[in-house]
Design a protein around this ligand. Structure first.
Ligand code: S3P
Length: 175
């Protein structure tokens, strides 16, 4: 089993599912947002405020390049915007098996209604922002993914079982 990378919109469950998946598979887990925060010694909102979104996107690309050099048999969860850059889509696919956690806008709106940690959702109408960003990003997620898992209305256990089943099939087709 090589690296497993989780992609998907903010609030799709990448970090929680990544943590649980890594525990089940006995693999270590890296979260690219956490990696960037640690390397820069700043939180994501601070990074956006000080250097802007485009610098953050560069740091995301650097984080994937770093993992390409260092990660072996890891579960990697990514920030929701990671696959926006075409370069990152290629790098993510080089890094390992990419799993897209697909989620509906209504689910995200409900989950993130009290969230204050995502700079991109600040503003007057986060629901509208979520809907339009999701529409814009879904093609990039789909283009990057080896496996697509729909996560709405499912428990973490159901999602994890589906992921494990899909991974088995994925591995079988590659051997
Ligand atoms: C972002 C998602 C966030 C974080 C940053 C930007 C995005 O990660 O990287 O706030 O562009 O969708 P999560 O998906 O873990 O919330």
């Amino acid at each position: 089993m090589s690296n497993i990378i989780l992609i998907g919109f903010m609030g799709s469950g990448k970090t929680t599912i990544g943590r649980r998946l890594s525990y089940r598979l006995k693999q270590t887990m890296t979260d690219t947002d956490k990696l960037i925060e640690k390397q820069q010694n700043l939180s994501i909102p601070e990074l956006f405020e000080r250097y802007g979104e485009s610098r953050f996107r560069e740091l995301e690309t650097e984080s994937i390049k770093y993992l390409l050099r260092t990660a072996r048999n890891e579960v990697v969860s990514t920030g929701g915007g990671m696959p926006i850059r075409p370069e990152n889509r290629t790098l993510l696919r080089e890094l390992g098996c990419v799993i897209f956690l697909r989620v509906r806008a209504e689910t995200i709106i409900e989950r993130l209604k009290n969230d204050t940690t995502r700079p991109l959702l600040r503003g007057d109408n986060p629901a509208l922002k979520i809907t339009s960003m999701l529409e814009e990003r879904n093609p990039a997620y789909l283009e990057t993914a080896d496996i697509v898992i729909d996560v709405d209305d499912k428990t973490f256990d159901m999602i994890l079982s589906e992921i494990e089943e899909a991974l088995e099939k994925y591995e079988a087709t590659r051997n």
